[in-house]
Design a protein around this ligand. Structure first.
Ligand code: DGJ
Length: 743
């Protein structure tokens, strides 16, 4: 997996079995981008692929030379990767190549989450230094190529060698100039309870972007995008994906220039960012991952799933089977006491659920959302035996115990706010914008981070707690910190995230046995930055099975199933009022980290037997669901969205589970065929149905089928004309495939 640097042509070539990334020093000494895509032969020059001399666009005509880290002040009026204001007020930056280094392996990023390796043989890194002579700024661009993943990790470090401060106003993690703009850009966009729906737009002249300025990555857009050729499908064709390993304000953007080239850039959102760089200081951008696929959007997902599941998530929970959780939120909301929780826990234990998660409302005097955030003391009115007493009773039932926390917040009605009103973020002389009766704590202040570490460490050590759901229920509306001077207030958002990462890092290191799940009013901070600390995230507060098809499909484009927490909830569904069968709710939630979020004590004997069967089913296929290869087959975003299908396949391809979902039953649907993917064409598979193993009409008595047939001819997943009425609306069917031993 070489990185080549040719001294004569000053060309750098990062190459793995999966991709090539080529850059070169241009005639004027600036760093140009040459190529990213399918692997190219090493030992050859590719400098002729791009123009080598840049004359700028200051006149009416010019050549759109591709750069690696473009700046203003060179006649390139496309969007920059780096923008600064020098001490004299000027803003030109003219970066020239200085030096390069090879680093075996992959160095960590100080204070920031990043992908990692466990052995230096897994990756190689190229560092290129660029300098701006008059300002003495030195930019080091870092490129890591991985042995087993079709991805390049990039970030930039900006060091100031001059003697007067410089103000950074844009510092992207990645910028790539692509030779054409014949791409469709897909983003994961939506809002609360409708997160990460696919939105696809054709690139056109000008800028197409998604971003967040809310202080967290947000429900509205995700720090991720895919560029795919118009003919690219899930399984074939070229695609590029970028993901930012960051949880704060971000920008992901493509700009099409006058010559139909496209500049792709991703990094911290510039409108809400500035950084004062003192002489001698250094600023490091978050890490961005660029993935390339010649095998469709599914190939992009394979890369991100493998890299994030194996080399971003850290700690023992990376590889351990994740427990099946019952969460009491939708069962009780704030209205519980110990007896009620134990009643629920008893039923949960009797059906085989493994962890009981106590959600919001266990502390202070929190009977609704108007008080007590910040007062992390157990409410003895509800829990007379404390967390410890409750946890031990739960453990006696054979389950583990977990709790909900929201450390970053303070309620207006709380002792913490009375004592430290200045810890709540707000701008001087202005009212704080209300949201869920709570304010965000100022995590830019070290004493606040210290206080929260002590408070949370105290809570988590006070009882046998094995799981923590870390919530975050509002955005930052008036960024300002009493601890920062006026000329550093624009650093607030990034400093907040650095404080958050420090807190997460300290707590997760102090509690290595605890499984952390991140949450932000549902999936409002579902990003790669969080995954470095919390291996799984609450995907959405919308638990309706039909809505979840789109939410989980969209989320899975970037994130592995082992990170998607998915629960079966009550009907009528609390978010959309829809009534779906219990089996369908489970059939959707299986494709993630499975759990329940409903009042099990209200279920009938028959329903509880069904739940026990679901728990057993998930347990026996858990490794496949959490670590198998996830393949999307029929998109809920295509056509009328009435059908969805996806599957998971084991690494050795001997086991797989395919799922087919139908929203509304239609008369006379016809024998539509579903072609499976990822199977071994040379194997024969025994097929079992779930939830109705004995339904003969579906397989027509032929329950062993060849992999070649399932890949090429497919199977008929849905009802035939003769029994279509029996299937009903909101139905689901799973096909469990097991290779038979003689093949
Ligand atoms: C928002 C979360 O997404 C919910 O699951 C629940 O934990 C509530 N907050 C509790 O306030």
């Amino acid at each position: 997996m070489p990185i080549e640097w040719d001294a004569d042509t000053r060309q750098g070539h990062l190459r793995s079995d999966h991709l090539s990334y080529v850059l070169r020093v241009l005639e004027d000494g600036s760093l140009g981008h040459v190529y990213v895509g399918r692997p190219l032969a090493i030992g050859r020059a590719y400098r002729h692929v791009v123009p080598g001399e840049f004359h700028g666009f200051a006149n009416r005509v010019g050549d759109p030379v591709p750069f690696e880290y473009p700046t203003p002040g060179i006649g390139d009026f496309r969007v920059p990767a780096l923008a600064v204001v020098h001490a004299d007020g000027s803003s030109a930056v003219q970066l020239r190549y200085r030096a390069h280094r090879f680093v075996r392996g992959k160095p960590p990023l100080a204070g920031l989450p990043a992908t990692y390796i466990e052995d230096d043989a897994e990756a190689d890194t190229l560092e290129v230094d660029l300098g701006d002579e008059p300002s003495a700024l030195v930019i080091t661009l870092s490129y890591t190529v991985f042995r087993g993943h079709a991805a390049i990790a990039r970030h930039a470090s900006i060091r100031h060698g001059g003697d007067r401060p410089v103000r950074l106003t844009t510092a992207m993690s990645l910028s790539v100039d692509l030779p054409d703009a014949d791409w469709e850009m897909t983003t994961l966009s939506g809002t609360g309870v409708r997160e990460r729906h696919l939105v696809t737009r054709r690139l056109a002249h000008g800028r197409r972007s998604v971003s967040s300025g809310r202080g967290h990555s947000g429900h509205e857009h995700n720090p991720f995008l895919v560029l795919a050729r118009p003919a690219t499908t899930e399984a074939s064709g070229e695609a590029l994906g970028v993901s930012l390993v960051y949880s704060g304000n971000f920008l992901a953007e493509a700009e099409v220039d006058a010559w139909d080239g496209a500049r792709l850039r991703v990094g911290i959102e510039p409108d809400t960012f500035e950084w004062l760089l003192e002489p001698g200081a250094e600023f490091t951008t978050p890490e961005a991952i660029l993935a390339w696929s010649g095998e469709g959007i599914g190939g992009i997902s394979d890369t991100f799933h493998g890299l994030y599941r194996g080399r971003l998530v850290r700690g023992q929970w990376r590889d351990r089977p994740r427990p099946i959780v019952i969460n009491n939120w939708e069962a009780t909301y704030f209205g519980f006491d110990e007896a009620r929780l134990l009643e629920l826990a008893q039923v949960a234990a009797s059906v085989g659920i493994e962890t009981f998660a106590l959600d919001d409302g266990w502390f202070g005097e929190r009977d609704d959302d108007t008080s007590s955030l910040g007062d992390w003391v157990v409410d003895r009115r509800k829990l007379p035996n404390g967390l410890d007493g409750l946890a031990r009773s739960i453990e006696a039932l054979g389950m583990r115990f977990g709790i909900w926390i929201e450390p970053e917040m303070v309620s207006r009605r709380s002792r913490l706010f009375e004592e430290h009103p200045d810890w709540a973020i707000g701008a001087p002389g202005r009212e704080r914008t209300e949201s869920r009766n709570q304010y965000v704590l100022d995590l830019t202040r070290p004493e606040v981070v210290e206080h929260l570490f002590e408070a949370m460490n105290g809570v988590l050590s006070s009882a046998p707690i094995s799981y923590v759901k870390w919530d975050m229920n509002r955005a930052i509306t008036e960024p300002w910190s009493a601890s920062l001077p006026p000329d550093r207030q624009q650093e607030f958002h990034h400093r907040y995230i650095l404080g958050l990462y420090e807190l997460y890092d300290r707590l997760t290191r102090a509690m290595p046995d605890v499984l952390f799940e991140s949450c932000a009013g549902g999936g409002g901070r579902f990003d790669a930055g969080m995954l470095a600390f919390a291996p799984q995230a609450w995907t959405s507060d919308d638990t309706d099975a039909v809505e979840r098809l789109r939410i989980q499909w969209g989320t899975s484009v970037a994130y592995p199933l082992s990170s998607l927490a998915a629960h079966v909830s009550a009907v009528p569904n609390h978010q959309v009022g829809r009534v779906t069968p219990l089996a369908t709710r489970a059939a959707v939630a299986f494709f993630g980290v499975f759990g329940y979020e409903l009042d099990l004590t209200a279920l009938s004997e028959d329903e509880l037997a069904e739940v026990a069967d679901q728990v057993e089913f998930y347990r026996s296929h858990r490794a496949l669901f959490q670590h198998g290869r996830f393949i999307r087959l029929v998109s809920p975003f295509k056509g009328d969205g009435n059908q969805t299908a996806w599957m998971v396949v084991a690494k050795d391809r001997r086991r797989a589970i395919a799922a087919w979902y139908q929203v509304l039953n239609r008369p006379s649907p016809g024998p539509r065929r579903l072609r499976l993917r990822g199977l071994d064409a040379g194997l024969r598979y025994r097929i079992t149905l779930w939830p109705e193993p004995d339904d003969d009409a579906v397989l027509d008595g032929v329950d062993v089928r060849g992999g070649d047939e399932l890949l090429a001819a497919g199977l008929i997943p849905g009802p035939f004309l003769r029994d279509s009425a029996g299937l009903g609306d909101f139905s689901a069917r799973l096909f469990v495939l097991e290779a038979i031993p003689d093949t």
